[in-house]
Design a protein around this ligand. Structure first.
Ligand SMILES: Cc1ncc(COP(=O)(O)O)c(C=O)c1O
Length: 343
């Protein structure tokens, strides 16, 4: 295995950081007379939540077969993406590799953190350009992070070369598996036990149907999770959201059912869309959305918006392509009706 020196990748001030010690850090029991956190003693949501979301992590740990100390919970994965930049990059000095077209927050968070972006676009089959990535990482020691998204948003495909990347890059590989529950058999998550430089992101926002709850997860070696815990705001996941996520885990059966409904509806959509003359190509998708090439994406998009059907026009990234989320059976039929009316 290659040598891995975590400290050399971490921003020195973060490595040395003395984290804020909140009241519930100093006493974490549940029984007692709590006069320590300046809370209002009356009410139902009057207490600060568990800063380390222990109950939720214990439940996740059982489902994912990952030790609780290797799990971080964020206020959505978007919070975790930002934390990763803050931990591993020096603003104005370090670089990140991003492989567009992909999820936009990797770029926005890099810009917020003043991190140099080295764009390495996906190849025409939407796979990683490994030759370019290897060339760039070999000669540029400022590259601390690579973000890869699999299944990728907005293309919907899984990326093939994650293993090679993790084994050959000396920095941190962030593998965003926001959509992996729609192809759960292909998760790379168990590999965090083997690879010290891998962070896997997942979320409650997609298959778990809890986007409004804002609960995202990072899985990594425990030293990386400890750094995230140092940097995060003390009570980053609200009591309500921790409870909602726990409840979702208890109702795993509902999740499985909604995944199979979504997959069936996706197949139905593909079958119907293929018949439309305005549809030029439907990209294979392992996620809960389809990337579709139309003869005129702008025209199609404008027509749908007029009918109050909101989809994501990706024409500026991928010519004439629109990303469409799989909705309820009614929503999908409404979409098809409007698309059929377009010549
Ligand atoms: C690839 C990817 N990662 C992360 C997110 C954001 O996830 P969360 O809702 O957990 O912040 C999204 C949202 O669309 C996404 O597509």
């Amino acid at each position: 295995m290659k040598q891995f020196d975590l400290q050399s990748l971490v921003r020195p001030n973060i490595w040395a950081l003395q984290p804020y010690s909140c009241a519930r850090d100093e006493f974490s029991g549940t029984n007692g007379t709590f006069l320590d956190a300046n809370e209002n003693p009356f009410g139902t949501l009057n207490r600060y939540p568990d800063p380390y979301q222990r109950e939720l992590k214990t439940a996740l740990s059982k489902i994912k077969h990952i030790a609780a100390e290797q799990i971080f919970i964020g206020n959505g994965s978007d919070e975790i993406i930002d934390l990763i930049y803050r931990i591993f990059t020096n603003p104005g000095k370090d670089s990140v590799i991003i492989c567009p077209p992909t999820y936009g927050m990797y770029e926005v968070s890099a810009n917020i953190n003043d991190v140099n972006i080295i764009n390495t676009p996906l190849l025409t089959d939407f796979q990683l350009d490994m030759d370019e990535i290897i060339k760039k990482t070999k000669f540029d020691s400022s590259i601390k992070l690579i973000f890869v998204c699999s299944p990728n948003n907005p293309t919907g495909n899984r990326l093939k070369d994650v293993k090679y990347l993790v084994e050959n890059f000396n920095g941190i590989v962030v593998l965003d598996e926001a959509y992996i529950d729609f192809r759960a058999d292909r998760t790379y998550l168990p590999k965090i036990k083997k690879h010290q430089n891998l962070i896997v992101l997942q979320t409650f926002s997609k298959a778990w149907a809890l986007a409004g709850g804002r609960v995202g997860m990072a899985y990594a070696q425990k030293e990386i999770i400890a750094l995230m815990n140092k940097v995060k705001p003390p009570y980053n996941v609200s009591e309500l959201n921790q409870k909602a996520a726990l409840q979702a885990l208890l109702e795993e059966h509902d999740k499985k059912l909604s995944i199979s409904n979504i997959i069936n509806e996706k197949e139905f959509l593909v079958e119907q869309l293929e018949r439309l003359p305005i549809v030029k190509k439907i990209y294979p998708s392992d996620a809960n959305f389809l990337l579709i090439e139309f003869s005129d994406a702008n025209n199609t998009y404008n027509h749908l918006v007029e009918k109050k059907i909101i989809v994501r026009n990706r024409h500026s990234q991928i010519e004439n392509c629109i990303r469409i989320t799989v909705g309820t059976p009614n929503e999908n039929r409404l979409l098809l009706k409007e698309l059929r009316s377009l010549k």
